[in-house]
Design a protein around this ligand. Sequence first.
Ligand code: SF4
Length: 364
Amino acid sequence: MSRTRHNWTKEQILDIYNTPLMELLYNAATIHRKHHDPNTVQVSTLLSIKTGGCPEDCGYCPQAARYHTNIEGNDLMTVQQVKAQALRAKSSGSSRVCMGAAWRNVKDGEEFDQVLEMVRTINKLDMEVCCTLGMITENQAQRLAEAGLYAYNHNLDSSEEYYKEVISTRGYEDRLETIDNVRKTNVTVCSGGIIGMGEKEEDRAGMLVALSTLNPQPESVPINALVAVEGTPLEDQKPVSIWDMVRMVATTRIVMPETQVRLSAGRTEMTREGQAMCFFAGANSIFAGDKLLTTPNPDVNADMEMFKLLGLNPQKPFIKKMQPETVEAQDSQYQSLGEKPKWSRPEHSIERNEEAKLKAKALK
Ligand code: SF4
């Protein structure tokens, strides 16, 4: 029987986060070893299947159409393009392909049908398939599950309180509802956040409360360090220190012992020693490939060298959960409902987002 706790409080999590570092590392590594092979790290490849032009105002994101960031946008990739990239990722040691589209939410129609076909295609390559497509309804989650989706990513980003300082075009409760919709299927949940956006330690703890009190907890929790991109509202944020990253990873590991803790954006700023400390503290997954959607990431060969140096092995696919079966489009039980859900739009004013928008307008 699992003894995972789902009643962590912010104070308890803050106490863990602020434990003297050597003790924190020891405690996290001990829990990590009880639940995972410490020498195995899961490797995912993140693929931007539709880049840029997003209507949302996420303060950290270069893909938001309203900011001026020199991102080259592209329309939805074809199934063949995605298949070619997935094969390349597989041959370089990735067990999972995560497809990201810069959408507010999924809309039923041709483009979603195309994404479903991508999911079927990659699952048939015996790779785990993950999607991050914005908010989704239960029916859309069921259709993705039927196509053979292994995981759905939808990050909480920060605490509920600080989320309002970063994004005004949708509400925290909609993020939780999307996670809940995914939970109604057999697709696993991937949800985490970003540190270094100007939040307080209380916000980091608040995000971990929101994630760890979900029952079941997410199977995967990405911890990102902000990559401050010029033109975004958060362009002037100082890089987060490695010590904060290690503390965040270790705390996540302690409060979510069975989860896969994913060391995500910001690795280019970290030394190998820093990353090794994160692995020791319980991180057991990375994103491979020289780009994370649009921001830089270490190159695959450099990562494989690091794995060799540290004696780490890439995890094989479907170790944690069986490979889902793929149902072909014509045999589907879940047809498109043509839904038009009303996801919230708080639209409160965030000063730095407004400033970045005005700056972009002036540059046009
Ligand atoms: S994070 Fe996602 S939803 Fe937000 S602006 Fe970027 S692409 Fe759009």
